[in-house]
Design a protein around this ligand. Structure first.
Ligand code: ATR
Length: 281
């Protein structure tokens, strides 16, 4: 009997900007697989009905993006350990007929640094800028990799405090105003805020001054539009090693693809170039 083509999706609202169809479409093509992956705009009030109809629509699973990551976490029957810790999911699949949710953002963050800056987790204290959903995934990844001193700095101190409390020992909370005191001995600086993102308020702003970091520090941004954010540009000018955020997007897609289509895809220079070209770089 011929194998049924497997189908997957990404849902969000809006969803037109998503690069996930391009990433998964590239892997389906290069691996020669008979499957499909498409973007579907699902409004928040329609999420429950959409998730209930997945099995009968014949989907193997899919990705979940803004604004559905927390609501989908609450709706699934089973979760992986990262999703449980982060309180949000970005990947859906079926196991024994049960809708399962996982979070691969933390995996994608760490895998990107592994590829670009091997040994990064031993670099010393980490400073995380921001305390939203993306920061939760980053802090989970840092903790899972054994970073012992994680300092969260946020415009709103209360959000940093609640994030630190969620993840426990070794994590401290600070207001952004305290950054000068946090950076002097840091080995890793991660921006998870939208400061520096094209088209957003604060798009040209530096979320922190990399000149305050020691020379061995690594600087990374999860923003990838533009590819070189003001933070990464300033860090590079100072001679610090930098890693852009595009790799996190590419790597977070790997575990989902493997679950739905049964093959582990590679994050190649060719795939990266495809997305960079689409971003207009
Ligand atoms: P995400 O899920 O992408 O992390 P989020 O939960 O809305 O999005 O969090 C956005 C983060 O960027 C927050 O840490 C936010 O700071 P506040 O908690 O003080 O709101 C931060 N952020 C957004 N715009 C900012 C700005 N103009 N200046 C400083 N921080 C900003």
């Amino acid at each position: 009997m011929a194998e049924v083509a497997r189908r997957a999706f990404v849902i969000g609202h809006p969803i037109a900007h998503s690069r996930s169809p391009m990433i998964h479409g590239h892997w389906l093509k290069t691996l020669g697989l008979d499957g499909s992956y498409r973007a579907i705009d699902v409004a928040p009030q329609d999420l429950g009905a959409f998730l209930s109809s997945l099995a009968e629509c014949g989907f193997a699973g899919g990705n979940v993006t803004i604004p559905h990551k927390e609501a989908a976490f609450a709706a699934v029957g089973r979760c992986d350990e990262a999703a449980e810790a982060i309180g949000a999911i970005n990947t859906l699949w079926f196991e024994d007929g049960i809708l399962c949710g996982g979070n691969t953002d933390a995996y994608g963050f760490a895998a990107n640094l592994d590829a670009r800056a091997p040994g990064w987790a031993a670099n010393g204290p980490a400073v995380v800028l921001g305390a939203g959903g993306a920061a939760r995934a980053v802090v989970h990844a840092l903790k899972a990799r054994g970073v012992a001193d994680i300092r969260i700095a946020n415009r709103t101190l209360a959000r940093a405090e609640s994030l630190a409390a969620r993840f426990g020992a070794g994590i401290s909370a600070h207001a952004s105003g305290a950054l000068a005191d946090l950076l002097g001995d840091a080995g890793l600086l991660v921006n998870t805020t939208s400061l520096g993102m094209q088209g957003k308020e604060g798009g040209g702003d530096l979320p922190a001054d990399p000149a305050l970091l020691p020379a061995h520090a690594l600087v990374t941004d999860i923003v990838y539009v533009p590819l070189e954010t003001p933070l990464l540009a300033a860090a590079r000018r100072r001679g610090l090693k930098t890693v852009d955020g595009l790799g996190m997007l590419l790597h977070q897609a790997v575990p989902g693809f493997e679950r739905w289509f049964g093959h582990r895809p590679q994050v190649t220079a060719e795939l990266r170039a495809l997305i960079v070209a689409d971003l207009g770089g």
